[in-house]
Design a protein around this ligand. Structure first.
Ligand code: ATP
Length: 235
């Protein structure tokens, strides 16, 4: 089936100061899909997410989200269009409890989940709602970091290595959460190092090398491309 394009990146360049990091990223994210950026450390995956959020000041090229050109817009305007970002370091406030962390990000757009709906999706967070951020396990922190952007009304969720450092059973739970979000109509861009995990949740994969997309692989074609993917990722 042909889905509407939610995010269209064309020849995107980005810089950290004088360092030219993205060298013409071109890719599309169809609405309702889970899409991954695969690639080695330093390839530019995190920089791509930060560029989508407008966190790098110097960008060139085009990044159209839901019909709006976002290159040139500040991060708060981009967030208000309906894009939510969960950085690798998660950003859970240690001194706040689960409920306070959950209710901290401002609602930017109507149509987000209510707190009750978030707890329904993450029963573990309801059990832990009075616990301080510091008392949570890595998996609970990751769930909280994902959960709190669902209230904001964001429709495109940028998840940077959500499985990093987590035990296999927790990785499976994160996988189930991502599949549930897809079923609820969210669109997800996922950064992953582990393509075996990525293949359990995603519709398509873009391989990033040196700040460019060098290959695009539909999830159904992953088995036939395993050797090539292993070479790209150096595993
Ligand atoms: P990783 O899995 O290691 O995060 P990645 O593919 O996400 O890999 P990026 O974090 O996007 O890679 O890094 C891309 C390049 O940008 C690297 O060469 C990195 O050293 C550089 N870089 C990252 N952050 C900064 C920064 N704040 N200032 C300058 N250069 C940076």
């Amino acid at each position: 089936s042909t889905r509407r394009t939610l995010l269209d990146a064309r020849d995107l360049h980005a810089w950290y100061g004088e360092s030219h990091i993205l060298h013409g990223m071109t890719f599309t994210i169809p609405e309702g899909e889970v899409v991954t950026l695969l690639g080695r450390n330093g390839a530019g995956k995190t920089t791509t997410m930060r560029s989508i959020m407008g966190l790098l000041r110097k960008r060139e090229g085009s990044l159209v989200y839901d019909g709006t050109e976002t290159v040139g817009l500040p991060p708060n305007r981009i967030a208000r269009l309906g894009i939510g970002y969960v950085p690798e370091e998660r950003g859970i406030f240690a001194s706040l409890n689960v409920r306070e962390n959950l209710e901290l990000p401002p609602v930017v757009k109507p149509g987000g989940l209510t707190t009750a709906e978030v707890y329904e999706l993450f029963p573990r967070l309801l059990e832990r709602k009075g616990s301080q951020g510091t008392k949570l396990s890595g998996g609970e922190q990751q769930m909280l970091a994902i959960a709190r952007i669902l209230r904001t009304g964001a429709k495109l969720l940028l998840l940077d290595e959500p499985t990093e450092g987590l035990a296999p059973v927790i990785v499976q739970q994160i996988g189930e959460i991502i599949r549930t979000l897809r079923a609820k109509g969210f669109t997800v861009l996922l950064v992953e190092q582990n393509f075996r995990f990525a293949a359990t949740v995603a519709d398509r994969h873009y391989v990033v090398e040196h700040g460019r997309v060098v290959d695009a692989i539909l999830n159904e074609d992953v088995p036939a491309n395993t050797a090539k993917l292993q070479e790209y990722l150096g595993v």
